[in-house]
Design a protein around this ligand. Structure first.
Ligand SMILES: [Zn+2]
Length: 139
């Protein structure tokens, strides 16, 4: 199992650090419960604007397999996530970011586990009910 990769998100962004990993889904504590097989490439890049605004650029890609909730057979699924998560430094900035269309923001935490972040992103992107299309299901 993969261990937590804890960073100080302020420092991670301000010094433009990045973290990337290419691993089998079986080593992710929570993803291993969702996916029967596959691998993921994950990259998180910290960025700070000239004005000091912090954000993380998150990329997660890979071909994995879920279990179909109707027939329990294997259901191929492609993970393809690429977006920015803004780290607001205070409530005022968070409100301003939240008001921007399509902008995803959280209050900057003291510590951030990059493995948990990647898992959250993947789990949120999954369909509520993963099933084969009509006619392709064994049930
Ligand atoms: Zn099915």
């Amino acid at each position: 199992m993969m261990h937590a990769v804890e960073v100080d998100p302020r420092r991670f962004c301000k010094s433009g650090q990045s973290w990337e990993v290419r691993e089998d889904v079986a080593v992710f504590p929570r993803l291993s419960l969702e996916f029967t097989q596959g691998g993921l490439f994950c990259r998180v890049v910290g960025e700070a604007s000239d004005a000091g605004a912090l954000s993380l650029r998150i990329e997660i890609r890979g071909d994995v397999a879920l279990s179909c909730q109707r027939c329990l057979g294997e259901l191929p699924y492609t993970v393809d996530i690429a977006h920015a998560l803004h780290l607001a430094r205070d409530e005022t900035e968070l409100e301003r970011l939240d008001a921007m269309p399509g902008c995803e923001a959280i209050l900057v935490p003291a510590r951030l586990d990059l493995v948990a972040l990647v898992e959250d992103e993947v789990l949120l992107s999954l369909p509520l009910a993963a099933m084969h299309a009509e006619g392709e299901c064994a049930a």
